[in-house]
Design a protein around this ligand. Structure first.
Ligand code: 0PR
Length: 386
């Protein structure tokens, strides 16, 4: 009910504290299955300080707009381009929708179709429904990468583009983007890479010597990339990223907003009013951590994931779905549903709804949390009869 009278600030805060008591928090170390984390303190400071900035009316906040453009350029730079065209958006969902929208708008296909791996994130279902683009699913190989031959066999005159994934939601697998890029170039189609998760991992993991396929704009067929600062970038939600190789993609999805207080603009994002603070936080985090800072975060996460995968293998009745590629480890157990239920009862923030349990080594996940988890898992699996 909408209260007639207001309450004291203290009272409101106390009630919220009570009401959110049952939330799991990242600092508890119990959230192992999320791609979010506790944001970096600097990013929190920046968001608080610039909370009123609205990039939906950039003419009012010209400085913030310039910072957003620079943040996009720095992301483009990380991904192998000197200059990129895009935005800091609400998340990977919006970024993927914008890419599909651009591909559709630039195509003259009568019944637009998008070819994407069976491992693609559900955000493409939303894009499909909203944009009237039919999804054509490509099969996966035994290692859960997309089968490039199957992708090729599904290209028709209605194909508007191809999607590859650099860090799948379930397993953190990186598709053979170089092969997809070649295919896209051969057929004159744009390739979108969903690196919502992997974008802030792969460049650093590669620098650390991990053997991961190329996935970014260095491959000429790649025309757009989703890269989310609110995942491994340590920026508060909402902060997604969409980067296009060329300006025309962004132009193809821009609509005119002629009357804004700050003046007329062309707007490409789905959201109108949107947080400038988070875009500033993306910029601030990149400036603050630099390549080296992110590389160290990724070093720890990758090392932890390899250790964790090795520990899992020692548990009878537990098996890896595949060797980890990034800092995601997914495993199955005998009687998985029961194991999930028991783990949840012990307070663990995990899900087994895909037929396995996914553990994401986000920066808040420490070895001691995983040791606790392994202890519980061992007990639970030992107690479950097949
Ligand atoms: N693309 C990929 C490859 C993703 O993994 C995700 C999100 C998206 C796009 C969409 O990003 P947004 O959620 O930012 O729109 N993947 C996570 C997942 O489905 C999202 C998530 C994050 C879910 C934290 C739960 C959670 O606690 O697992």
């Amino acid at each position: 009910m909408f209260p007639e009278k207001g309450s004291e600030e203290e009272e409101v805060l106390t009630e919220l504290e009570e009401r959110t008591r049952e939330d799991l928090t990242f600092d508890s170390g119990k959230i192992l299955g999320s791609m979010c984390t506790y944001p970096h303190p600097l990013a929190v400071k920046v968001v608080t300080k610039y909370i009123d900035r609205n990039l939906g009316d950039p003419g009012l906040h010209v400085g913030s707009q310039r910072v957003e453009i620079e943040a996009v350029d720095m992301l483009a730079n990380l991904l192998g381009l000197a200059r990129g065209y895009g935005h800091i958006v609400s998340g990977g969902t919006e970024a993927n929708i914008l890419a599909v929208r651009a591909f559709r708008n630039l195509s003259d296909a009568e019944k637009p179709e998008l070819i994407l791996p069976e491992s693609a994130h559900f955000s493409f279902l939303k894009a499909s429904e909203m944009l009237g683009v039919r999804l054509v699913w490509a099969e996966l190989n035994d290692d859960y990468t997309v089968n490039v031959k199957d992708v090729e066999s599904k290209i028709t005159e209605n194909t508007i583009g191809i999607v590859g994934i650099a860090g799948t939601t379930g397993l953190g697998v990186v598709d053979d983007i170089p092969a997809l890029s070649d295919l896209a170039l051969d057929y004159g189609l744009p390739l979108h890479v969903d690196a919502a998760f992997g974008g802030f991992v792969i460049p650093f993991a590669k620098a650390l010597g991990y053997d991961i396929p190329d996935f970014d704009f260095r491959l000429k067929g790649v025309k757009s990339i989703t890269i989310d600062p609110h995942k491994m970038g340590m920026v508060p939600i909402p902060a997604g990223g969409i980067i296009f190789r060329e300006r025309r993609y962004l132009e193809s999805i821009s609509v005119l907003a002629p009357y804004l207080a700050g003046g007329k603009i062309w707007q490409a994002t789905i959201t109108g009013t949107r947080p400038g603070a988070n875009a500033l936080a993306v910029w601030a985090m990149i400036k603050h951590l630099g390549f080296e800072g992110y590389r160290e975060i990724v070093r720890k996460a990758m090392k932890l994931s390899r250790w964790f995968a090795a520990e899992l293998k020692k548990i009878p009745g537990v098996y890896l779905i595949r060797e980890p590629v990034l800092n995601i480890v997914s495993f199955g157990t005998k009687n998985l549903e029961k194991a999930e239920e028991e783990l949840k009862k012990r307070g663990w923030g995990i899900s087994a709804h895909r037929g396995y349990i996914r553990i994401v080594m986000m920066p808040h996940v420490k070895r001691e949390h995983l040791e606790e988890f392994l202890k519980d898992l061992r007990e639970i699996v030992a107690g479950i009869t097949p």
